[in-house]
Structures are given as structure tokens and as C-alpha cells.
Design a protein around this ligand. Structure first.
Ligand code: ADP
Ligand code: MG
Length: 521
């Protein structure tokens, strides 16, 4: 045989194999999860992220941090994806999931060093994950019958330590539950009917629930009404301008009379738009296209409040809330296309004006109107509210709540350890390692609260054994081991299930890789 060696990869290809590949992947995964570890829990720290362009984001939100970081290593990207999946599926627990994935990798590294085969680790982790799901199910407090108290608890827990400004998580939780209850129906929570609108220029304590839609558009003219009660509303995809055909027509303006005639023709066209709306008693028009100045003047004369350039999403919300139908031509507009709202009013906030469409006749659309002093405050407030709305929805629609503050993690680790004795061979080591990885979550909560992590863990375990559950309740500058149910600290069960699922998947996928082949580019 012999002869020429065979090259199946181009010379530019970089290749890392075996242990080298594994340790580089694991190190990258761990590094990413370490990056978010200090933000976990109510006393977690914030991160300030500065983009290439110099934009600054200050946040405590795991998915946001990882999303803003410029992560290149493929294994590190997989951990980022864990956080993304978590955010998409349940809207919270992104830090938890990323930290767990990193810890599973760290423990896997130790096992690999001890010559446990990757396949054994993968099997052990999957088995342990099953046990972890069981433990979460056992901890569920109220399946589909959550009272407002617990719902507020789960919303508040998700917001504690986030940038909730001076208003505090308590008051916001109340607004969140109010919003959720408004859109709750037989088919569950219509989460899409809840929007968040932010506006700077006030303290966050002015945050409130508006029963309707808030549009960013300003009235086309100052002399239009600022407020209309029992409003008939038209939503139009119509350009309020001279039609193409008319524009193209060439006027022979050799005489002043002819010029006047041409102008009159245009004027009458503008007037017709306003007349058509007035004839149907339209009070408010939301127009997705432009309104020519002279057309606007006629609308104002008829006392119609009109908005132009309304964006598509807003037009859709207004349609859903008021029962209007979108119409593409003025001639087609009929009385049955109009929507209704108890009130449409325009309010000024410093430089900005917002239009409130309240008490719409159709859907129960609601908007959380989030206020704050600066954009940084309202941005973080919006993220916190977003999470809180998602967790409350997840709690109501997918499986209730479990005690928070690390209590469910303590229960998971205990349950997994209980079962290890019955597991044969080296897989047992992997199952144990899984429990150790889960322990890092309450440990980190303790660390971030300024408590001694070892003492806290010992304390939590013994309380868990004697009382069935124990969590770290953050209190002022420190924390104590106590019953999270009494303290009102809850997480949705779905958040825990998802974190176990996605962290296990990413960690086992990374642990399996023993060859990294990258095209040079
Ligand atoms: P994640 O991105 O994983 O949601 P967070 O920073 O939001 O990370 O922290 C979530 C953890 O903080 C959960 O385990 C939750 O139970 C815990 N937690 C929230 N509020 C409290 C509180 N007041 N006391 C103790 N733990 C809390
Ligand atoms: Mg959270």
C-alpha cells in the first residue's frame, strides 16, 4: 500500500481533536456561564454593556447580557442559545439555565479527567434530568388554580433585583396581575393582548395599566380635538392626497381661470375625503399613510381627530381593540367598518404626544404604561415587566408555581441524590455530578446575597429535610433560610423544567464533541 497520504480537508482547515477539543469547548462554555453568574438573584449585580457604536445597556437580564456580548466560540454560542431558548419558551430563568449549563460542563470536565467516558456522562445527565423534572413536579404548589396572591408573588419574584426604579416590584406586580386578569379567558391568558409602552419624564411610580391601546402617533394638526368620548374610529390604509391619475394629468394653465379650476379640483378632492368621513360620523381616523396638509385642514374643520403614518402593528392593535376593519379606499368605507372606543385622547409628555384609545368595543387589549426618568430606566423596566408578564402567564397556563429562592433546586438535588444508590456503575458518578451542578444555583444565590455559601447550603438542606422545603429569602442587605411560600417567593414550574431541559441538552451536546473542524475564514 503506502503511496500518497490522502487529504480530505483543505490546508486552511483548523482542527482540534480529542481532549484538546473537549477542554477548549468546556472552558468556553464555562466562561460564558461565569459571565452571568454574578447577576443571579434579587441581589445580583448589573452589567453595563457597551457596543462598538458606543451604545450603553445596563441590565441584569441573562438573555440580554449574552445577546449583547460578541461571542464567537461555537461552544460558548451554544450556551447563549440556551439562554435564548429559555427566554423564548418561558420568558425567565435565563441566568439559571446558563449557569446550570456551565456547571454541568464543569462537572463533566472533572468526570472526563477521571476517565469516565463521555457517553456515560451523557446517559447519567439525561437520567438525572428525568429525576429533576420529577422533583419539580412534586414541588408544584397550585396547578391551574392560582390565586392573585401567588400570581403577584411569581410576578414580584421575577422582578426583584431588576431595574424597577423607585416604584418597587410590589406595585408593579399588582399592575402585572391586573393586566393578566383582564385578558384571561377560557383558553388561557391572551398574552398578545398585553402591550408595554414606555415613556420617560416621570418617576416609575407613575406606571399604570391602561385599558386599551396607546399609540405613538401625534395628531396631524394642533387644532384637532384632543379628546373624544364614545368615539367612532376608522382605520384606513389610504393616502390622503391627490390621486395618481390626477397628478399625472397635465393642466394647461395658460389662463388664470384654468389655474384656479385646477386648484379647485384638487381642493374639492381633499374636501371629499373629509366629507366622506364626516358623513359616517367618524370622530377619529388612524391612517397608515400620509395626509396632505390641505386634506388635514378639512379634517380639522370637520372636528375629526386624525393620525397619519400609523405603523402597522399599532393599526392592528387598534383594529383588535375597537372592532374596526381596515379599509383601503375611502369609497369603500362603510359604517360597519368603524370601531368604537369609550375615549380617545391625546396627552403631552414633554416633547412627545401619545394617543390613548381606551375602552375599545372589541377585545380586552390592555397596555402597561411604563414610566421612568430616563431611557435606561424605562428600558430595564420594560424588560422586567416583560418577564413578569411572561412568568405570570406561564404560571397560569403551564403548570403552576414552585417555591423560589433556591428551594426547588435544593429539592431537585436532594431527590437526585436519593436515587443515586440505585444506579449502577459509573453512571452513578454522572448523576451525582448533576446534583452537584444544581447545588451551585442556591450557592450562587447565597454568594450574591453576601452569605457564606457553604453554611447557607448546609442550613438549606437540613431545613429541607425537616420541613419539606427551604429557600433563601433575601431581606435588605442579607438573606436567611426560610419558607419561600410564606415569604411569597415563587417561580413558575415551567421555568425550572425548561432550564433543566435546555441546560442538559447543551451540556451533553458539548461533552460529546471530540473533534472540532473549522474552515479557515
Ligand atoms: P434568572 O435569569 O434565572 O431568572 P434572576 O436574576 O431573575 O435570574 O434570579 C432568579 C432567582 O432569584 C430565582 O431562583 C428566584 O427564586 C430568586 N429570587 C427572586 N426573588 C427572590 C427573593 N426575594 N428572595 C430569594 N430569592 C429570590
Ligand atoms: Mg429572572
Amino acid at each position: 500500500m503506502g503511496g500518497q497520504p490522502m487529504f480530505i480537508l483543505s490546508e486552511d482547515t483548523e482542527r482540534t481533536r480529542g481532549q484538546d477539543a473537549q477542554s477548549s469547548n468546556i472552558a468556553a462554555g464555562k466562561a460564558v456561564s461565569e459571565a452571568v453568574r454574578t447577576t443571579l438573584g434579587p441581589r445580583g449585580m448589573d452589567k453595563m454593556l457597551v457596543s462598538d457604536a458606543g451604545d450603553v445597556v445596563i441590565t441584569n437580564d441573562g438573555a440580554t447580557i449574552l445577546g449583547e456580548m460578541d461571542i464567537e466560540h461555537p461552544a460558548a454560542q451554544m450556551i447563549t442559545e440556551v439562554a435564548e431558548t429559555q427566554e423564548e419558551e418561558v420568558g425567565d430563568g435565563t441566568t439559571t439555565a446558563a449557569v446550570l449549563a456551565g456547571q454541568l460542563l464543569a462537572k463533566a470536565e472533572t468526570l472526563l479527567d477521571d476517565d469516565v467516558h463521555p457517553t456515560t456522562i451523557v446517559e447519567g445527565y439525561h437520567e438525572a434530568a428525568q429525576l429533576a423534572h420529577e422533583a419539580v413536579d412534586e414541588q408544584v404548589l397550585a396547578g391551574d388554580d392560582l390565586d392573585d396572591d401567588r400570581l403577584r408573588g411569581v410576578a414580584r419574584t421575577s422582578m426583584t433585583g431588576k431595574g424597577t426604579g423607585d416604584v418597587g416590584a410590589e406595585a408593579l406586580a399588582e399592575t402585572v396581575v391586573e393586566a393578566i386578569r383582564q385578558v384571561e379567558g377560557d383558553d388561557g391568558v391572551a398574552r398578545d393582548e398585553i402591550s408595554i409602552r414606555t415613556q420617560t419624564g416621570s418617576s416609575s411610580s407613575a406606571t399604570e395599566l391602561v385599558e386599551g391601546v396607546i399609540s405613538e402617533e401625534e395628531p396631524v394638526r394642533e387644532d384637532m380635538p384632543k379628546s373624544v368620548e364614545n368615539a367612532s374610529i376608522a382605520v384606513l390604509d389610504v393616502e390622503f392626497d391627490i390621486r395618481e391619475a390626477n397628478v399625472d394629468a397635465e393642466y394647461d394653465v395658460s389662463s388664470v381661470d384654468q389655474l384656479n379650476a385646477a386648484i379647485d379640483a384638487e381642493e374639492s378632492q381633499f374636501e371629499q375625503y373629509a366629507d366622506a368621513l364626516a358623513d359616517l360620523d367618524v370622530d377619529v381616523a388612524f391612517v397608515t399613510e400620509d395626509i396632505e396638509d390641505r386634506a388635514a385642514a378639512y379634517l380639522a374643520e370637520e372636528g375629526i381627530l386624525a393620525f397619519e403614518g400609523v405603523d402597522d402593528d399599532e393599526a392592528r392593535s387598534i383594529v383588535r381593540a375597537t372592532g374596526a376593519s381596515r379599509v383601503g379606499a375611502i369609497e369603500d368605507l362603510e359604517a360597519s367598518d368603524l370601531g368604537e372606543a369609550e375615549q380617545v385622547r391625546v396627552e403631552s409628555f414633554g416633547e412627545d404626544e401619545l394617543a390613548f384609545v381606551e375602552g375599545g368595543a372589541a377585545a380586552e387589549a390592555v397596555t402597561v404604561f411604563a414610566r421612568g426618568g430616563t431611557d435606561h430606566v424605562t428600558d430595564e423596566l420594560e424588560r422586567a415587566l416583560h418577564d413578569a408578564l411572561d412568568v405570570a402567564t406561564a404560571a397560569l397556563d403551564s403548570g403552576g408555581v414552585v417555591p423560589g429562592g433556591g428551594a426547588s433546586e435544593i429539592a431537585i438535588a436532594a431527590h437526585v441524590r436519593d436515587q443515586t444508590a440505585s444506579i449502577e456503575g459509573r453512571r452513578q458518578l454522572a448523576v451525582e455530578a448533576f446534583a452537584d451542578a444544581v447545588d451551585v444555583l442556591p450557592r450562587t444565590l447565597a454568594e450574591n446575597t453576601g452569605m457564606d455559601p457553604i453554611d447557607a447550603l448546609v442550613d438549606l438542606r437540613s431545613r429541607h429535610d425537616s420541613e419539606g422545603r427551604a429557600g433563601l429569602i433575601s431581606e435588605g442587605q442579607t438573606g436567611r433560610a426560610d419558607d419561600p411560600v410564606e415569604a411569597g417567593v415563587f417561580d413558575p414550574a415551567a421555568v425550572k423544567h425548561e432550564a433543566i431541559e435546555s441546560a442538559t441538552e447543551a451540556a451533553t451536546m458539548i461533552a460529546r464533541i471530540d473533534d472540532v473542524i473549522s474552515a479557515d475564514n
